[in-house]
Design a protein around this ligand. Structure first.
Ligand SMILES: [Zn+2]
Length: 385
């Protein structure tokens, strides 16, 4: 029989708890962790059954009967887990329809499972139904995410969009976004059930004015998930009170979806008409890679370091519709409608004004045309796009 203190699942749990403490996510006895173990891996270190004692769980979960979990102790300080794993961690097997937990190892001072055991087990159940590989549930109190729940709308769609806009990687790491629960009394079956319900759609659930629940396949993956959201929340808090010059737009989030093969949770990103508020914060160039004028315009903007948001109107119906909102409504497009040209590149300035004269746009800023490109044009009369 091998020494359980050297078991990879145990050493990794100790390392993760220590890391969480060092990140300031688990002050005092805050936070708790649970990980589903395979019986075969446990058998290398323990005789099963070798029940030390049995405790009542206070809930029923027949689906988890016989399942074995490594879990933190109620009241344990994460800073101390590394110094005494056998006291601060335990291995339990659920029995009797989930109503009992048989302690197989640990909790050496007579302690018991975390007070959030119901929320953990119900969340495991919900995540396992979505993905049988989801083995980890992690609860902690990341400072910035928690702080954000004091000042940000708790609507989970808006909360998620704010996080997505803070760092490019967010939509790749948690495309399902975050779910948000209003403030509730913790340690109860009620919050456990509410969390589990949220876990059906996202791996991250924020508890307002308390902390966060994360789920994942491994401890590293789950830690990284919370770490990424926490980073985005930190950036939000650093800039929330400052004037915003630019941001990651929904258009750009859609580009990330396409590039990295992820899909944001249904309805969480805006589609269709252009967000005038976003256009107001940055120059937008409605264009197409098929149009030589557009390529020339963008090459010159790039050469002069003009920051702009590009909307490729031939990339999607959504982009085309966004452009048509302008083209159908504004007088500046009158000549285009007459001569059969498309009206690109169309430049929407920070103040919402639209021009089709990109060379004039440069001139107004004291800049000249430095790149030229010759090619066919796409108007009916061959004079321009
Ligand atoms: Zn907590």
């Amino acid at each position: 029989m091998k020494d359980i203190l050297n078991a990879p699942f145990l050493t990794e749990m100790v390392r993760t708890a220590t890391n969480m403490y060092e990140h300031g996510w688990d002050e005092r006895n805050g936070g708790n962790l649970s990980m589903l173990l395979e019986e075969a891996e446990v058998r290398e270190y323990l005789v099963i059954p070798g029940i030390v004692r049995t405790i009542r769980t206070g809930f029923e979960a027949p689906e988890l009967d016989g399942k074995i979990f490594l879990v933190t102790k109620t009241g344990s300080y994460f800073k101390n887990v590394q110094h005494d794993p056998a006291k601060n961690l335990g291995i339990v097997r659920l029995a009797n329809g989930g109503r009992e937990a048989e302690i197989l190892w640990g909790f050496s001072d007579g302690g018991t499972v975390t007070s959030e055991f119901p929320a953990h087990m119900m969340s495991h159940l919900a995540r396992l139904a979505v993905d049988p590989e989801n083995r980890v549930i992690m609860h902690c109190h990341p400072t910035n995410l928690l702080a954000m729940t004091h000042v940000h709308d708790l609507d989970e769609k808006e909360f998620t969009r704010t996080l997505f806009r803070m760092c490019t990687e967010c939509i790749m790491v948690f495309p399902d976004g975050v779910s948000v629960l209003p403030w509730m009394v913790c340690g109860t079956n009620e919050i456990g059930l509410a969390t589990a319900k949220k876990m059906e759609t996202a791996r991250l659930c924020v508890w307002a004015m308390h902390g966060v629940y994360g789920a994942g396949k491994t401890l590293d993956e789950t830690f990284g998930l919370i770490e990424t959201a926490e980073k985005a929340a930190e950036i939000y808090l650093k800039i929330a009170h400052l004037e915003r010059k630019q941001t990651i737009t929904d258009e750009q989030l859609h580009l990330l979806e396409a590039r990295f093969g992820v899909k944001a949770r249904e309805g969480f990103l805006k589609t269709g008409e252009p967000d005038r508020r976003e256009d107001a914060g940055m120059v937008t160039v409605y264009s197409s890679p098929l149009c030589p004028d557009c390529r020339e315009c963008k090459a010159n903007f790039d050469a002069h370091g003009i920051a702009y948001r590009e909307v490729d109107i031939t990339a999607s119906m959504k982009n085309l519709k966004a452009f048509l909102k302008y083209r159908d409504a504004l007088n500046v497009f009158d000549p285009c409608r007459k001569n059969g040209s498309v009206g690109i590149p169309a430049i929407v300035s920070e103040d919402g004004s639209v021009t089709l004269d990109w060379e004039g746009f440069l001139k107004e800023r004291g800049l000249s045309v430095v790149c030229r490109e010759n090619g066919p044009v796409c108007s009916l009369d061959g004079k321009g796009c």
